[in-house]
Design a binder for this molecule. Structure first.
Ligand code: AVJ
Length: 378
């Protein structure tokens, strides 16, 4: 076992604060006002997220772990040796343990690269995976895009790469950005490589709302902590009591949205970002989107990015999906015919590349209607 955490691979702290301030300045000045969800994960935010994963009404983590436990042998068996695993947004690292166990059962070893923007998540993963003898683990504090390229460059030359994008992390991207991100993953991969994608499915609205706004108030705390973070890191004067956590199901965009609603007309100063923000009563800050999919849509999105869906498993009670995409070797094309899968796995369009002119990579174009609907919902 060899565990090494690269903690300084982003940028030095002052530079990180400068970028945070610049993002806050731009996004709070937009209409509707917004903040990027990646900033939810400071040290307290990461702990709150770990708590969310244990809430009875937030079922993503448990559903995904159940699927992984059930199908880890198949997934591992689909990949050749020597295997390089990379997880983008590793969180606690607990899910990787399930895949690592399958490798161990088969007497195999692997190299693992973990990428997360949260140092707490990396530390937790290090503890979770550090005891494993048959995998070498390297943690990287870096965003997805950086992680992808670094892992592709550092892969074991003689074997495949399996990229893990789990926990419905893809749901934070809006549709064009998700499509672009899948294409970026595809560009980092070669024939024989794979992508294991965990994605939450559309389900009845009440259970979606409950998952993001439960009676313990943990998700509300997770959301409001972003304001506390801005107070702390950017010297702002948000009064936390004057904002309320609110969740809406945007059916047209098939996504849950988290907002922070200003309960009064109020002025907030963010000196380090050089802005003064005047909120109207009922005005919201949009802090996160969590897109929900159909199994078919997930296969289709992969196909558009040039990824072949090889297998798909559905947890039917919680409505969660795990899809294994492969980069097919040209000579074995058509081999998938007759393979089982949770959904009909259509043959992806060959050579299709997403060229959505509206793609923005990170900025999320947000319709004003959602905020208005929210306001009237109180
Ligand atoms: C980690 C982004 C998948 O969207 O469900 C949980 C984050 N936000 N509760 C999600 C989250 C509120 C989570 N992801």
């Amino acid at each position: 076992m060899e565990t090494e955490l690269v903690r300084s691979s982003l940028s030095p702290a002052p530079e990180r604060v400068r970028v945070f301030a610049e993002d806050v300045r731009r996004d709070l000045s937009r209409r509707p006002r917004q903040l990027q969800s990646k900033y939810l994960y400071d040290s307290l935010g990461s702990c709150l997220f770990e708590a969310i994963c244990r809430l009875p009404w937030y079922r993503i983590t448990r559903a995904e772990s159940a699927l992984l436990a059930r199908h880890a042998d198949e997934i591992a068996g689909a990949m050749d040796d020597p295997l390089t695993l990379i997880e983008l947004g590793c969180g606690s690292g607990e899910k990787l343990v399930l895949l690592a166990a399958a490798l161990e059962r088969a007497g195999r070893t692997a190299r693992v690269h973990l990428f997360d923007i949260s140092p707490q998540a990396l530390e937790l993963s290090e503890r979770t995976l550090g005891a494993l003898e048959h995998v070498s683990v390297v943690g990287h504090r870096a965003p997805y895009e950086v992680g992808l390229h670094r892992a592709a460059a550092g892969r074991h030359p003689g074997g495949p790469l399996l990229v893990l994008l789990l926990g419905s992390n893809i749901g934070n991207f809006d549709a064009p950005a998700a499509q672009e991100f899948l294409a970026e993953i595809r560009r980092a991969l070669r024939p024989g490589d794979g992508l294991l994608l965990g994605a939450d499915l559309v389900k009845p609205e009440p259970s979606l709302l409950l998952a993001y706004d439960g009676p313990l108030g943990v998700t509300a705390a997770f959301n409001k902590n972003l304001l506390a973070r801005i107070n702390r890191e950017l010297d702002a004067n948000f009064v936390l009591e004057a904002f309320e956590h609110a969740v809406v199901w945007n059916a047209a965009q098939s996504r849950i949205e988290m907002h922070l609603v200003s309960l009064d007309a109020q002025r907030v100063r963010v000196p380090a970002a050089g802005i003064v923000v005047d909120f109207e009563e009922g005005e919201t800050i949009w802090t996160e989107s969590s897109c929900k999919y159909t199994p078919e849509r997930i296969v289709e999105m992969g196909g558009e990015a040039g990824l072949d869906a090889e297998d798909q498993w559905i947890e039917r009670e919680a409505r969660f999906s795990l899809t294994l995409f492969r980069i097919s070797q040209p000579r074995v094309r058509g081999r998938r015919e007759g393979r089982k899968g949770g959904a009909a796995v259509p043959r992806p369009r060959e050579g299709a590349s997403p060229t959505n002119p509206a793609r923005t990579g990170r900025s999320i174009p947000r319709p004003a209607t959602a905020a208005r609907a929210l306001r009237s919902a109180g």
